[in-house]
Ligand binder design. Structure first.
Ligand code: MG
Length: 503
């Protein structure tokens, strides 16, 4: 990439004005990181007030007539390069949203969802879906209104999906889930019948030293060449990654004395998100395309690190001595034992703890429910029953309480309907990256054994994906980087190859 990628005069004027909007976004992101890490609990009221006001200010700046005029002028410009086209595409997308959603609607949405999140937490704590149900009703109503304001061709869900993944349609997702559903059912049934199948692994019952887990997480980050001057690791109940500019990434993990695997996985997953932003091209700084915004691409990268790197044999071998020091009981476990533990497949109730195969059933269930809710085929009060029936059908398990069933995820209370499918597609896409990376650099397991292996993997990701930020849409980027369109073929090959060896 050349030093100066933006040469068009109007685009440069837009970018100059955009820097104020970028700064507001930066302030909101920092406040959000603080809210989820160190803010004292009662700070939430003032923080909510501030979020609402700053978001309104952001909308005002977007709708400022000089800014809109520049966007319209830029639309008539000929010969924009890819980066300039990317800037214009992203700005037009935000503008469309701000123009179509009335400010009083946005305020209502913000109010209802802040309240719902608190109600959801209370309902989850007391295992009582009926407390949350009326709020979910309101959220479904609001999201239906949102899709009417935004507009759609076929399905109201289309307008919501687009919010998380540009141009993603119900028809794409139906096709996607149809292409993986039977494959995953068959593979799970094969594993269930294998003599290596374990419904409970002895390591799930152990107790592990949290201080040593913390040290191990830092050792892993250092193995990944992570620079503490650019990335920090903190703790939160729901692990996340927050972007604060190309040289400031914040990630979190969590610790439970009975599950060291989860803590490591969360750290590695969030690192994968952070690396995307850290490796964006510097010439995109402070622009609307200076970070990855496709949720499918983002999740493909976090899942790539979490599963394909973090659960590989070489990675496990590399950290074997650290892992067996986590408890005195662990000395007897070989690299192979731990590798198998990391890749244990079994039907379970909690999405975030699910393995690479059953994970997708958790997503399919949510997708089917969201679609039916929006079509009015099911009512919110029927949800616990619908939920349980689907868990029985896909996974053969039934939650005993709402907190391990319908109330487990925070997303709906945040007003996020249409978000879950990107998790599944992202995981699929990670296997496409694996295939093409190995085509260029050779086997990943072999690469990790070499001193410069991780660096080579990171450079490949940087040049094929990271450096572009949001210059391209998900579909364009996949095509550009791999030469073919998004396909589930590599995902199926990867899972078959890996799990038929283990089971
Ligand atoms: Mg993620």
């Amino acid at each position: 990439m050349s030093e100066k990628v933006f040469t068009n005069k109007i685009i440069n004027q837009l970018l100059e004005k955009y820097k104020t909007i970028w700064s507001l976004g930066h302030a909101l992101a920092l406040a959000d990181w603080d809210l989820n890490t160190y803010m004292p609990e009662d700070g939430v009221i003032a923080r909510g007030e501030m979020f609402a006001k700053i978001s309104t200010l952001e909308q005002k700046l977007f709708l400022d007539k000089d800014f809109v005029k520049l966007i319209k002028l830029a639309e008539n410009e000929k010969n924009l390069n890819d980066y300039e086209k990317g800037v214009l595409r992203v700005l037009k997308r935000s503008l469309k949203r701000y123009e179509k959603l009335p400010p009083d609607f946005l305020e209502e949405f913000s109010k209802v969802t802040s309240e719902s999140q608190m109600v959801w937490a209370r309902a989850k704590k007391s295992d009582d879906f009926s407390i949350f149900a009326p709020y979910l009703d309101k959220i479904v109503d609001l999201t239906l209104r949102q899709s009417e304001y935004i507009g759609y061709k076929k399905h109201p869900y289309d307008a919501l999906l687009d919010d998380y993944e540009e141009n993603l349609l119900v028809s794409d997702l139906d096709k996607y889930f149809d292409s993986v559903r039977d494959f995953l059912i068959d593979l799970l049934s094969y594993i269930n019948k294998s003599s290596n199948f374990l419904s409970v692994h002895p390591l799930e019952k152990g107790e592990y030293n949290i201080d040593k887990m913390k040290k191990l997480n830092l050792d892993i980050l250092s193995f990944f060449n992570s620079d503490p001057k650019k990335l920090r690791l903190d703790v939160s109940s729901h692990p996340f990654s927050q972007y604060l500019g190309r040289s400031d990434a914040r990630i979190t993990t969590r610790y439970s004395k009975n599950n060291f695997q989860q803590s490591l996985s969360c750290t590695i997953h969030e690192f994968g998100h952070a690396l995307y932003n850290l490796q964006c091209d510097p010439s995109l700084d402070y622009t609307p395309i200076d970070q990855g915004s496709s949720l499918v691409v983002h999740e493909s990268l976090s899942r790539f690190w979490e599963n394909i790197i973090g659960k590989s044999e070489s990675f496990t071998k590399n950290f074997h001595s650290n892992i067996i020091s986590l408890s005195s009981e662990m000395r007897k476990y070989s690299t192979k034992d731990i590798y198998r533990y990391f890749n244990l497949v079994k039907p379970s109730l909690i999405r975030v703890e699910a393995d690479e195969i059953t994970y997708h059933f958790h997503i399919m269930i949510r997708y089917e429910i969201e679609k039916d809710l929006l079509e009015g085929k099911i009512k919110t009060k029927e949800l616990p029953e619908v939920w349980n029936a689907k868990y029985k059908k896909y996974l053969g398990v039934t939650p005993k309480k709402a907190s391990e069933g319908i109330l487990q995820d925070i997303h709906w209370s945040m007003g996020c309907i249409g978000y879950f499918p990107t998790y599944s597609m992202g995981s699929s896409l990670s296997a496409m990256w694996k295939f093409y990376l190995e085509k260029d650099l050779g086997n990943i397991d072999e690469l990790i054994k070499k001193d410069d292996g991780v660096q080579k993997i990171q450079n490949w990701l940087k040049n094929k994906i990271h450096k572009y930020g949001t210059t391209y849409t998900f579909k364009e980027l996949v095509k550009k980087s791999t030469g073919e369109g998004f396909t589930t073929k590599y995902f199926k090959d990867y899972l078959t190859d890996k799990y038929k060896k283990i089971y």
